[in-house]
Design a protein around this ligand. Structure first.
Ligand code: SAH
Length: 233
C-alpha cells in the first residue's frame, strides 16, 4: 500500500512553509479547519493546522484517517524544554508520549494513565524517528537532536513549580500541548506516528518571553527537516 502522510502543526507558523512547498495542491475545509491535499517532494500528503491543545489535535488526526486515509501522522511544532541538557533551538523526537494532566489516582491508576487504556504511554514509530534523525543531521547539522519522552497537556507551562512537578512525575524531555493526543489517536487507528518538536522556551518563568522570540526559528527548523524526510520516505 502506498503511503499517505498526514502532517499537522498546531499553529500557522508551523505549517505555512510546508503548505507553500506542496504541489498538486487542493484545499478542503471541514470542521473549522483547512486540509491541504497534495504532494510534498513527490510524496502524498495531507497537511493541516489543527489549533492548540489535545482535543484539536486528536480530532484532526481522526479526520485525516477517516476522510483522507492517511497511513502515518507527523506532528511538527515547538515545545518547552524540561531537561537541562536540551536548549532553545534543539530538536526533540518523541519515542513515546504521555499526558501530564491525566490523573485518576483515586482509582488506583498511576498518574498519567488513561483509565481502562491498555497502555501507559503512546509509542511513536521507530522507523520514522530514525528517518527524522537522519534528515535533521543532514539539513540542520548545527542543531542537537534528542530522542525520548514528550509530555502533553492543556496548559502552557511557564513556572518553576509546575515544571518541577512534571519532571518528577514523568521525566520528559519537553512539554507541549498536542503530541500525546496525536500519538493516542494514531495508536487507536493503528497508524504510524512521529512527533518533532523544536525547543522554543524552557517552560519556566522566562517562557513567556522566550517563546515569541524563538518560535519562528524553531518552526523553520522543523519544516526543513520534514521536507528532507519526504525525500527519503
Ligand atoms: N501563541 C499562541 C499560543 C501558543 S500556546 C497564541 O497566542 O495563540 C503554545 C504552543 O506551543 C502549543 O501549541 C504548545 O504545543 C507549544 N509549546 C511551546 N512551549 C510550551 C510550553 N512551555 N508549555 C506548553 N506548550 C508549549
Amino acid at each position: 500500500m502506498s503511503r499517505k502522510i498526514g502532517i499537522i502543526g498546531a499553529m500557522e507558523l508551523e505549517v505555512e512553509t510546508l503548505i507553500a512547498a506542496m504541489t498538486d495542491k487542493e484545499k478542503v475545509d471541514y470542521a473549522m479547519r483547512s486540509f491541504y491535499i497534495g504532494k510534498l517532494e513527490g510524496v502524498d500528503v495531507v497537511l493541516a493546522r489543527c489549533g492548540i491543545g489535545k482535543v484539536n489535535a486528536a480530532i484532526t488526526v481522526q479526520m485525516m484517517v477517516d476522510k483522507f486515509g492517511i497511513t502515518d501522522i507527523i506532528n511538527t511544532g515547538v515545545a518547552g524544554s524540561l531537561n537541562e541538557k536540551i536548549d532553545i533551538g534543539d530538536i526533540v523526537l518523541a519515542t513515546n508520549a504521555v499526558y501530564h494532566d491525566m490523573e485518576a489516582v483515586a482509582f488506583g491508576y498511576e498518574r498519567g494513565q488513561v483509565p481502562q487504556m491498555d497502555v501507559f504511554d503512546f509509542k511513536t514509530s521507530e522507523e520514522l524517528v530514525e528517518k527524522a534523525e537522519t534528515a535533521c543531521k543532514k539539513v540542520n547539522s548545527d542543531i542537537k537532536v534528542f530522542k525520548g519522552r514528550i509530555a502533553s497537556g492543556d496548559q502552557f507551562i511557564a513556572g518553576k513549580d509546575i515544571k518541577e512537578n512534571i519532571k518528577m512525575w514523568f521525566d520528559p524531555m519537553c512539554v507541549e500541548m498536542e503530541g500525546c493526543a496525536m500519538a493516542h489517536a494514531a495508536y487507536v487507528n493503528g497508524i504510524n506516528c512521529l512527533i518533532i518538536r523544536a525547543i522554543s522556551d524552557k517552560a519556566d518563568d522566562s517562557a513567556e518571553m522566550d517563546y515569541p522570540t524563538f518560535e519562528k526559528k524553531a518552526a523553520e527548523h522543523c519544516a526543513k527537516m520534514v521536507l528532507e524526510m519526504m525525500r527519503n520516505l
